[in-house]
Design a protein around this ligand. Structure first.
Ligand code: PLP
Length: 434
């Protein structure tokens, strides 16, 4: 096949089925796979010319929508300079600028930035930083991580080992995963009144195992792929206090929550805390090119540097890819130059109003919104394969999972487009009655 040979539309799905594996999919029975030919603004265009309003931001990454002229230009400009260059012994402006920007806009103290290619790898790096930090302190016995049930941190082995032991992939890979400590998922909702009892079990675990724990790792405020659960900022504040009290590092995974999704630039800001290590990904590059970052404070970086092995032992081939860094710089600049907070607040309010009627169905357990996240939680698991054609019929791209039908639209969505999403959700939820 020559490089510019176009695949005839009728062959596309056949070849896809023959050769391509999709995420979390049985390749013998992949369900509905929808070919997309173009993406523009908040619209995904199908081969037959129909368009779908995007309610997913491509797994929460495309905050500015698709085919954005500013982001396109950033990639084009960088492409003419350096597409990629190895990062060992070499540096370049897009990476330096991005690191300096991240250090400036993230919670106080996060000064050092380690770039990688995906969120899962950013989590691996965070875990490794914590382990190497304690190794350097002469406390190599600290090899355990304390985390929360219902958490999700990625698909690689280290990340899997701190994912929820039930909804994660523990049942499949249990025999090969490191065993860590799991506290109950927070039960105190975002707006609920926090009580000491909400953190009692976590406090007990951290106290009991304090000599073996390298770090606590959690998603701040929103547990994403584990069920879109929102919890009290006070819980996160107390976790920070307990980590300080027991001298344990705190790793915060902001891969899903970073860059405005929860209404704050970073979810840690709801609690006014700063972690020792922070993971970023997803919206970091505005949904354009895979990129992730692990940030740490001086305590961690100096701690590692003071050990017998002062070099931090990680180095991805495509580390700090200039195209990805350039588009991330443009995406952050674009976000911060707009009234994103008002926009996210308006999206939040509209979703709250328009999803509220879903509460009337007995099989709906909860309807909640936080920032630009709208969630309808059902008592029973959804049948994603059955619901996808219904959403596509309504002209929207919404992909439920577990017990959850949710919306995480691009921030550029207008009220009319957002109403198309919420009314499609309402319609599909009411159809579940049959
Ligand atoms: C998506 C996600 C990851 C994994 O990121 P990938 O880029 O898919 O590897 C890790 N943590 C959280 C909280 C996520 O939402």
């Amino acid at each position: 096949m020559i490089y510019n040979h176009q695949i005839a539309p009728q062959d596309l799905l056949r070849l896809d089925r023959e050769h391509v594996w999709h995420p979390y999919t049985d390749f013998t029975n992949p369900g509905l796979i929808t070919p997309i030919t173009r993406a523009q603004g908040v619209e995904l265009q199908l081969a037959d010319g129909r368009v779908l309003i995007d309610g997913m931001s491509s797994w929460w990454a495309a905050v500015h929508g698709y085919n954005h002229p500013v982001l396109n230009q950033a990639v084009i400009d960088q492409l003419g300079k350096i597409a990629h260059v190895m990062f060992a012994g070499i540096t370049h402006e897009p990476a330096v600028k991005l690191a300096a920007t991240l250090a400036r806009i993230t919670p106080q103290g996060l000064n050092k930035v380690f770039f990688s290619d995906s969120g899962s790898v950013a989590v691996e790096i965070a875990l490794k930083m914590a382990l190497q930090y304690w190794h350097a302190q002469g406390q190599a016995q600290r090899t355990m991580f304390l985390t929360l049930k219902r958490g999700y941190h990625g698909d690689t082995f280290g990340a899997m080992s701190v994912c929820d032991p039930h909804s994660g992939m523990h049942h499949l890979f249990h025999h090969t995963l490191a065993h860590h400590l799991f506290a109950e998922a927070p039960t105190c909702g975002f707006d609920d009144t926090f009580q000491e009892s909400h953190i009692a079990k976590f406090a007990q675990l951290i106290q009991q195992h304090r000599q073996k724990i390298a770090a606590v790792i959690l998603e701040p405020i929103v547990q994403g792929a584990g069920g879109m659960r929102f919890y009290s900022p006070e819980y996160l504040r107390r976790v920070r206090e307990l980590c300080d009290k027991h001298e344990i590092l705190l790793i915060v995974d902001e891969i899903a929550t970073g860059f405005g999704r929860t209404g704050k630039l970073f979810a840690c800001e709801h609690a006014g805390i700063s972690p020792d290590i922070m993971c970023l990904g997803k919206a970091l590059s505005g949904g354009y090119i895979t990129l992730a970052a692990t940030l740490c404070n001086d305590k961690v970086s100096n701690g590692i540097a003071s050990g017998d092995n002062p070099a931090f032992m990680h180095g991805p081939t495509y580390m700090a890819n200039p195209l990805a860094c350039a588009v991330a710089n443009a995406s952050i600049e674009l976000l911060l130059s707009t009234n994103w907070q008002e926009r996210v607040a308006a999206i939040s309010q509209q979703m709250r109003d328009e999803l509220a009627p879903c509460k009337d169905f007995s099989y709906v357990k909860d309807v909640r919104t936080l920032g630009a996240i709208g969630v309808v939680e059902l008592h029973e698991p959804v049948n994603t394969a059955q619901l996808m054609p219904l959403f596509i019929e309504q002209g929207v791209w919404v992909r439920p999972f577990g017990h959850i039908i949710y919306l995480m639209p691009p921030f550029i969505i207008n009220p009319e487009q957002l109403s198309r999403l919420t009314s499609a959700v309402l319609k599909v939820v009411s159809a579940l009655a049959d």
